[in-house]
Design a protein around this ligand. Sequence first.
Ligand code: ZN
Length: 411
Amino acid sequence: MKDLRLILAALLLLLPLPALGQEGLTALARALPGGLTLAQSGPGLTLDLRLSQPVPYRLRLVDGPPRLVVDFREVDFAALRGEDPLAAAGSPAAVQALRHGPLQPGWSRLVLELDGPHGIDSAELRTDAATGRARLQVALSPVPQAEFTARSVPEGALFEGLPATGLPAAPPRRPGDGPLIVVLDPGHGGIDPGAEREGLRESDLMLTFGRELREALRRAGGFEVVMTRDADAFVSLEGRIRIAREARADVFLSLHADALPDGGATGATIYTLADEATDAAAAALAERHDRADLLAGVDLTAQDDLIANVLMSIARTETTPRTDALADQLVATIRANGLRLHRRPRQAAGFSVLKAPDIPSILLEVGFMSSPRDLADLQDAEWRAAMARSVVEALQRWAAEEAASSALRRR
Ligand SMILES: [Zn+2]
């Protein structure tokens, strides 16, 4: 018996526990110690889960036996090991069993087995703005079998009964909200140079432009700037999103100057996220960025999971109009500053780096290295200053617009 315990202890040591130094790298939400409680509440019960950060989730009811299934993307439950909320005083009798753990790469699951049919009365994930921690609260109460059958999904059905819950979108800016937090993302870097022409690398050009834009924003005032990289270093696409989320970004701006194989593309182009690319060139561009990430050793297959797309699209409905408004402002200010725009300046494609569902995210191709004119512009400090000015002005106008519409909504 003692031997068995020793073996178990040894096995636990082999499990990939989140090392302190790696916490920032994994961006994994963690259940907090003692953070899972179940309580009786009238005829029903509540589930309360405290997490280190908000995370997309989905609730489903499944029959045979009746269960509540909560899927997360993604939660590390290691801190709850050895804890048994069912043994706690006041634990609801309706809960027969409780399980939680990893499901598949990128996904975790929590299952409550119930003694009879229940319905979901409410579900809410709230984030504490001060600590960044999140709390999921789900209330259940008994319902007749027929109602449960109507509300539950067959085992294995992934998309039916999808509730309108998910990652809460960041609220629009209000007057007096403090500096606008802008995350600048110089594209590529390290082992991924991006486009290359005439001995120049997109990664270097965008680091230079990113630093200059950071200076322009700081001089303008009212902005706090965070860079996803400030060196010739590789940062994964998911890592860039993580940096934006950790910075509590109001806006994410990815900077690029790619080369398009057909050679005809010239002028600044503003890309937003969409499942359907505006054209084949935009689709190929997004694909090439993902492939560069894969070649650098980062697996994006989990990211492209269909379930993830469904979840993300829910939170995104709030963010999309705000992103579109910023994209329109960028087109307007770049044009007003007399800089060349692409003949179709507003485009869309499935860029992985734009997939933070709660942060307005834009990919700005300041020009294309495949265009000789653009390549000359990119090396011209005056041109870059005018482009930086355009971005500053667009962000100022957008922030003012957001504050005004937020004031209107509150009336
Ligand atoms: Zn690029």
